[in-house]
Write a protein that binds this ligand. Structure first.
Ligand code: ADP
Length: 551
């Protein structure tokens, strides 16, 4: 017997309709390239999204066609988030930090017919535009200058459409709404295609109190780019619940972000740890420089939030970091480290230890870990590759047969992340499978060593990588960036780690560097470090400290 409930389709147009009916007066604020502010309301946003849907239809876009965006975080990008799926088309966010060759491959592989490009990004776009057979290039004028010859002006395009003629389409919730390519662990970038249904359920989940608790009262600042994993779903979730949205545009420097938090009274903000490390340094220098009392949560994910950073914000500035884990393949939210009720009475140390882990699965996300012995116990000790399933998790990659290797025979997604799982379901990420250090057949977690090193007062950043070793196969090497005007010797840093780790986990050597190379998403680019230090043992082996490892 089936339930007698409507088969209401969970679609992005239904989210937009809600914004139109209920949130029309809430504000959306953008910092323009010249640092001036653009302000309007959801009523304006809805109207302009409808215009965009109609204009795309006039340009020949049909159900299922891909429309690319090459943009910073701003209100027109938000319009594209709703206007493109609202035309039945697929929003394809292009990552402007990628190499032109990758962008050529990605836009070509996705088959983008039209692309929307920020005028200020034109020099980057020009590097690959002729390699991709776009039917139309639409330029978003953010500086007031005329758009380049041969392109369409976004504002003129919207002006040509009559929003009164827009009818909310009846879309199938399973159809594609948004796609995003991930660098993946190996091979070419792979396309993750989210359905309308996945985005709606993901947005509902982000609003839950034990997830990010995003609500109407919030003033949300997405620092994480809208071209990366849909800015962690915030633009969708905020529109669904009616939060005020605040976009930094191209101004992602710590100073600019802090100004915006203060001026707009931001309550929730989200980004990768490197951003917050920069912000923490500014606040530590002058704790009174900004009034940040409006902030209730700084969501941090994308790579591990160092415990010293979580503690530093909390104790020195009364600011709360909410640590979360996710992936493009998960739309992207997977787990969030909100303190469970059971830890209310626990010591501060225990509470911080919990908050530094990646957290417990968001409702409807299921997880398990697996190593060569099978499914690992939830004992906080055993390490294995994390596998997940749930209603917003990729079931495959777009036109990519080799991507099948990322899915198990019984339908779970293999994340490529190595975790330990605690009895309460909290995961602790040890490494990317490709970054884990395999010493004498045992695994050493580079993430744990890095986190501990970044707790040293003189250390600004640290990455720990494997170097080839004749006896143990791989041994850890720490690459450390010291804070300005700070000193520390390799011996001192190793001594600092010693109480916290088994002896054989300790790095055999410490190298100092002026910076750690970054990926397009601002994470440490460890492959570049591995290349740089590949032959480290051959040249420095004699000086490396040999550590006895249990047989
Ligand atoms: P990629 O970096 O592969 O392009 P994503 O941006 O989707 O793709 O990143 C997902 C990966 O980022 C995860 O598989 C994990 O390795 C890492 N990651 C995300 N959140 C965290 C976190 N809180 N702690 C540690 N690593 C994280």
């Amino acid at each position: 017997m089936n339930g007698l409930i409507m088969d209401f389709q969970l679609t992005i147009p239904a989210m937009l309709r809600r914004a139109e009916q209920l949130h029309f007066a809430r504000e959306i604020v953008t910092r323009r390239p010249d640092k001036s502010y653009h302000r309007y309301t959801y009523a304006d946003m809805v109207e302009r999204s409808k215009r965009l849907s109609l204009a795309l239809g006039n340009l020949g876009i049909k159900n299922g066609d891909r429309v690319g965006t090459f943009s910073w975080n701003h209100y027109q990008h938000l319009e594209a988030y709703f206007g493109i799926p609202g035309a039945g088309a697929v929003l394809h966010t292009l990552n402007l930090r990628l190499h032109p060759n990758d962008l050529t491959y990605i836009a070509g592989h996705a088959g983008d017919k039209i692309v929307l490009v920020d005028d200020v990004l034109w020099p980057l776009f020009e590097k690959f535009k002729d390699q991709v057979p776009f039917e139309h290039v639409v330029v978003i004028p953010t500086t007031g200058k005329p758009v380049p010859a041969g392109t369409l002006d976004y504002e003129e395009l919207l002006a040509s459409a009559d929003p009164a003629r827009y009818e909310y389409p009846d879309l199938d919730e399973r159809q594609a709404a948004a796609m995003c390519y991930t660098s993946g662990t190996t091979g070419k970038p792979k396309g993750v295609v989210a359905s309308h249904r996945a985005i709606v359920i993901h947005s509902l989940a982000n609003g839950m109190a034990d997830t990010l608790a995003v609500c109407e009262r919030d003033v949300a600042q997405a620092v994480v780019p809208m071209f990366h994993a849909n800015a962690w779903g915030l633009p969708f979730c905020c529109t669904l619940v009616g939060s005020k949205q605040v976009f930094p545009g191209p101004h992602l420097d710590p100073q600019g972000l802090l100004e915006q938090i203060q001026e707009e009274r931001v309550t929730i903000t989200a980004g990768v740890p490197t951003i917050w490390l920069g912000i923490l340094q500014i606040l530590d220098k002058d704790p009174k420089a900004f009034d940040l009392t409006s902030l209730r949560a700084m969501v941090v994910g994308g790579s591990a939030a160092p415990p010293s950073m979580i503690q530093g914000f909390q104790e020195r500035h009364n600011l709360k970091i909410v640590h979360a884990w996710g992936m493009t393949e998960l739309c992207p939210m997977g787990t969030v480290a909100n303190l469970p009720a059971g830890l209310d009475g626990a010591s501060q140390k225990e509470q911080y230890a919990f908050r530094a882990k990646q957290g417990r699965p968001v409702p409807m996300v299921e997880l398990r870990g697996r190593n060569e012995n099978g499914i690992i116990p939830w004992d906080g000790q055993a390490m294995g590759e994390l596998e997940v399933r749930g209603p917003w998790i990729a079931a495959g990659y777009y036109e990519c047969p080799e991507g099948a290797a990322s899915f198990t025979d019984d339908g779970w997604f293999r994340t490529g992340d190595i975790v330990a799982i605690f009895p309460d379901g909290c995961i602790q990420l040890q490494d990317r499978a490709k970054d884990v250090i395999k010493s004498g057949g045992e695994w050493i977690s580079s993430v744990q060593l890095e986190n501990a090193l970044m707790g040293h007062p003189a250390v600004a950043e640290a990455a720990v990588i494997p170097v080839e070793h004749p006896k143990w196969a791989e041994r850890p090497l720490a690459v450390v960036v010291l804070k300005q005007d700070q000193q520390a010797s390799p011996e001192e840093l190793i001594e600092f780690l010693t109480p916290h780790f088994a002896k054989w986990w300790l790095p055999d050597a410490v190298e100092f560097a002026s910076e750690i190379p970054r990926t397009s998403a601002g994470k440490f680019l460890k492959s570049a470090l591995r290349d740089r230090y590949r032959d480290y043992y051959a040249t420095n082996g004699a000086a490396m400290k040999e550590r006895k490892q249990p047989a």
